[in-house]
Design a protein around this ligand. Sequence first.
Ligand code: CTP
Length: 403
Amino acid sequence: MLKGKRILLAVTGSIAAYKSAMLIRLFIKEGAEVRVIMTEMAKNFITPLTMATLSKNPILVDFYNPENGDWNSHVSLGLWADLYLIAPASANTLSKMAGGIADNLLLTTYLSAKCPVAVAPAMDLDMYRHPATQASLSLLRERGVHVIEPASGELASGLDGKGRMEEPEEILHQVDELFERKATLAGRKVIITAGPTREPIDPVRFISNYSSGKMGYSLAESFAGRGADVVLVSGPVSLNPGNPRIRRINVETAVQMKDAVISNVDNADIAVLCAAVADYAPETVASSKIKRKQSDMTLNLVPNPDIAAELGKIKKKGMITVGFALETDNELENARQKLKRKNLDAIVLNSLKDEGAGFAHDTNRVTIISSCGDVVEGVLKRKEEVASDIVDYVEKLLLCSRD
Ligand code: CTP
């Protein structure tokens, strides 16, 4: 899978830098072309000569070569690469990447890279589990960076725990998978709804819910990562899509969300309805702030359109539609009814009874139920991994619909 691929490998200052040397050998053996960026600190851990010899290319450290003045263009490096892999990625570099800091070649290249980006963190266990590092990693994931989780074991500090850079063979395996997945949905158009809707009551108040949009955004990244063109119809959330293949349309209300979906559904191959749409909206929206009174107040609510059901009525042959069902009781039965009522091909069931699943968590546990009777039970995983499992399943449905 790596034959002819161009891998830009960046190495930061970490004892795990010696593993990058082995990684280069593995990449080259697989037929990839490798160029290497090193930070100043990385040179203390492994020599540029070793890395240059193994990669068969000069090492890039500065913005220019001090000997001949040649400019190391971060823009062309980012364009050259099919994958930008930062391994080992130190806590310092991860937090600079998350913060958009651009004070070395590794970072400017990251900011201008157009290709998929992966990081293999390496650090001490306390640094790894520190909220600052975890926040950087989750921000990078939200922006589409693939994180190769560190392994647990003995660390250079003598302590035992999670933080050790993954072994070169496992990194190679994950890189291989990234390339394999990259193109499987090229040319496909996907519509995803994500986040909550907001139904205004007056200029300062609205009805909404706790949806963070994480699941929908992870799905958008996962589809885009496999080459699909994604239209992400999003309610108000604090996330940003990272992949340029994702075109976001911002909406607030359920009616706006429905209009955006319907006007973009032409030629769509797949629709994933992940948004937590408010089922009701106030009948009228007060034009000025409603003032407090002593008496009780009644808010008249009217039903919102059911976007999934409307799509179910108009969908063309061969189009795959997937919904979500967040249930508290009779989970399987309720989900099956929704699947039928909305004419979906599959429904992803979330149970609020599962700890760590549902709104606002970084993890989720889902069961996928299909119209042909499949029931695929998942385990508790990070939302990115759940998204990837759902996309795997959608790919299966696409193959079946072709047969
Ligand atoms: N959905 C939608 N439009 C709505 C309500 C829901 O598109 N107005 C979609 C959701 O995005 C989800 C699926 O329908 O994919 C099921 O949503 P859910 O809220 O669980 O179902 P409801 O039909 O609203 O049923 P209930 O609230 O009674 O459980």
